[in-house]
Design a binder for this molecule. Structure first.
Ligand code: 3PG
Length: 390
């Protein structure tokens, strides 16, 4: 981005791919604008330098073309508020409105066109050609949506092959921080993983185990590990087909599991709840959070660590009775002086929803899947294409 701005962008059209995939409530109010705020500096740098900025982004995973519920209209509104200037929303497939230097427009949900996410290179390529025709062949492309760089999609990958392409400030800073974790992190290096499914995290667990000193596991995924230790897990989330794999992973001796959990008789904020040791989960009860003893144990491990990566809530933090595990772990990371990276949409949203100061962490990543794939050592198409371009 600095190179592009230094070259001069006055009057040049710049297509910016941002990740503005934010959570909305039923009335389409944005419940966490972290990704929009993180996208502002790059857009502002370009607009301030006189570029005509065309932002492209997705929202959710539309299945059948344009869907009003997944329009980026609320995002355009919020982005305009943060930039201090209105951001016009442009319907896909229509020409750009005439703009002046410094103006910012936002294309509506790029996934309204199914070719964006097509696995067929030719289909994606044809869509990328249309995007290039929209902004003009002389436009520059800035890739700033770190949360989508693991996707080989038209607005992330194919346009970067067709236009003069640059890394945005957000992508650059995210990659630099995550590279410190894949390089030589200061030890002890602790990773805290939560979230619902162990199957989603297997690749990252396998990649991280040889590199970390401790892997603390909470969230729905801990119950498959507890089952692998021989515990009954009642009605908790269980991936039976992953139990053997979890048993093998436990042989590393690095995985720390909860010792107590908060169980409920229904998945509801009004459910009856109790805290039980992990060998005391009765039939009909489901674990929805880690318990206070586990939080103490996890916090002690976190306090010892010099480097921490955290991805995934420890429980169903959106429901108050099951928020304390996530709060306790987040607070322990925030209170320590380790180099701490929060990876991902849900964990980052949890930090903000629970009112924990964001600046207490060394870095809060905007990418969930992207940061995990980075740590796995996978090639991220949206980063690789920029490196090729460079
Ligand atoms: C995310 O929410 O992690 C990113 O915006 C990517 O979204 P996707 O998983 O739908 O590609």
């Amino acid at each position: 981005l600095d190179d592009l701005v230094a070259e001069g962008v006055q009057g040049r059209t710049v297509l910016v791919r941002s990740d503005l995939n934010v959570p909305l409530d039923d009335d389409r109010n944005i419940t966490d604008d972290g990704r929009i705020r993180a996208s502002v500096p790059t857009i502002q740098a370009l607009s301030g330098a006189g570029a005509q900025v065309v932002v492209t982004a997705h929202l959710g995973r539309p299945k059948n073309g344009p869907d009003e519920k997944l329009s980026l209209a609320p995002v355009a509104q919020r982005l305009g508020e943060l930039l201090g200037a209105p951001v016009r929303l442009v319907e896909l497939g229509t020409p750009l409105p005439s703009t002046a230097a410094g103006d910012v427009v936002l294309l509506d949900n790029i996934r309204f066109d199914a070719r964006e996410t097509s696995k067929d290179d030719a289909e994606r390529g044809a869509f990328a050609d249309e995007l290039v025709a929209l902004v003009g062949e002389d436009a520059a492309f800035v890739s700033d949506g770190f949360g989508v760089v693991h996707r080989k999609q038209a607005s992330v990958y194919d346009v970067a092959q067709r236009l003069d392409a640059y890394a945005g400030g957000l992508v650059l800073s995210e990659v630099e921080v995550l590279r410190t974790l894949t390089g030589s992190p200061e030890r002890p290096y602790a990773v805290v993983l939560g979230g619902s499914k162990v199957s989603d995290k297997l690749a990252v667990i396998e990649a991280l185990l040889p590199k970390v000193d401790t892997l603390l596991v909470g969230g729905g995924m801990c119950f498959t590990f507890l089952a692998a230790q021989g515990h009954g897990v009642g009605s908790s989330l269980l991936e039976s087909d992953q139990v053997d794999t979890c048993r093998t992973l436990l042989e590393s001796g690095k995985i720390v599991l909860p010792t107590d959990v908060v169980v409920a008789d229904a998945f509801s904020a009004d459910a009856n709840t109790k805290t039980v040791p992990v060998d005391g989960i009765d039939d009909g009860w489901m674990g929805l959070d880690i318990g206070p003893d586990s939080v103490r144990e996890f916090a002690a491990r976190i306090a010892d660590a010099k480097t921490i990566f955290w991805n995934g809530p420890m429980g169903v933090f959106e429901l108050a009775p099951f928020a304390e595990g996530t709060r306790g772990v987040a607070q322990a990371i925030a209170d320590g002086d380790a180099f701490s990276v929060v990876g991902g949409g849900d964990s980052a949203a949890a930090v903000r929803a629970l009112g924990i100061a964001e600046d207490a962490f060394s870095h809060i990543s905007t990418g969930g899947g992207a940061s995990l794939e980075f740590l796995e050592g996978a090639t991220l198409p949206g980063v690789a294409v920029l490196e090729e371009d460079a």
